[in-house]
Write a protein that binds this ligand. Structure first.
Ligand code: GLN
Length: 291
């Protein structure tokens, strides 16, 4: 006798399986993976809970389960992550967008609306899959006058970002492969706004991160001994990065905001503001360059 694997039976088996292998959201993971195999939504899984799966579908689901069992991040398995309500393609070449980074986008919009209602040139350093700059470009899609640039030293990341721009039909963004020092030495034209979510994890803490995070690119996470290496470069390069009156917005790790604010003040920035995320952590540091 062979039992038929239906949607409901399969989920009832897969969720505890993933849980026993360390997933923090086993039921959701199982549903998303099965929905991906069947090319349907999670809701449709429930509407068709008695749907039997054929051999190929079972094999495909099993392959995804095995990847998740290795603690591969869901976003890499699905190839996509939502950010700012937009679907972003992701691959192991890029950091997976985090919800807290939406605060950086929000603050950038606040500043652009207030200080550059007619247009501005905005750059994102370490753009990764392009989520920050593309979210901004999407927000100002209907408004001419704005120009956007995404820069990353990883050619593979820039390729992912370009693909996202194309998919989201956001041709107004230009892309460049360069590191921060090189880009600062050779700006295409003066930016009015610099945004960045640089790598900020202290090197010594990388090994202790969740297995999923350790599968993300080390160069997107490793901020050097104290996690602040990139903020030092940015602070030192401020005069090259921004004209007087330009704005800098940085995401920082938990507890780093005071040190980063001090660095920027020492570099000659004006008043430095800190914005908390939903957990109350100072997550975004904002300053105006007033030499
Ligand atoms: N927010 C990421 C994490 O905590 C780190 C991203 C970064 O280093 N910029 O895993």
């Amino acid at each position: 006798m062979t039992a038929t694997w239906t949607v409901v039976r399969l989920l009832g088996w897969a969720a505890p399986y993933l849980e026993s292998h360390g997933s923090g959201s086993p039921r959701l993971d199982a549903e998303l993976l099965l929905a991906a195999v069947l090319g349907c939504s999670r809701l449709e899984l429930y509407l068709h809970h008695d749907r039997p799966l054929d051999r190929e579908e079972l094999a495909a689901f099993k392959a995804l389960l095995l990847r998740r069992r290795q603690r591969e991040p869901m976003a890499y398995i699905l190839g996509e992550k939502e950010f700012w309500s937009l679907p972003f393609r992701v691959s192991p070449a890029v950091l997976i967008p985090r919800p807290e980074t939406e605060h950086l986008v929000e603050e950038a919009i606040r500043i652009i609306d207030r200080h550059y209602p007619e247009g501005a040139f905005v750059v994102d350093f370490g753009t990764g899959c392009g989520n920050i700059i593309l979210s901004l470009a999407a927000h100002y899609r209907q408004r001419p006058g704005y120009a956007w640039e995404g820069i990353d030293r990883s050619p593979a990341a820039v390729e992912v970002a370009r693909a996202n721009a194309e998919r989201l039909d956001l041709a107004a963004v230009t892309w460049r492969v360069a590191d921060l020092e090189a880009a600062a030495a050779d700006p295409a034209r003066p930016w009015q706004l610099v945004v960045s979510n640089p790598p900020y994890i202290p090197a010594g803490e990388l090994a202790g991160l969740a297995p999923e995070v350790r599968q993300e690119p080390r160069e997107a996470l490793d901020g050097g001994r104290d996690g602040l290496d990139y903020y030092r470069v940015i602070a030192r390069r401020l005069p090259a990065l921004l004209p007087a009156g330009g704005w800098l917005l940085l995401e920082v790790g938990a507890g780093q905001a005071p040190a980063v604010a001090d660095m920027l003040t020492a570099a000659g920035a004006g008043e430095v503001a800190r914005v908390r995320d939903l957990q109350g952590i100072e997550r975004v540091v904002v300053c105006q360059w007033m030499p």
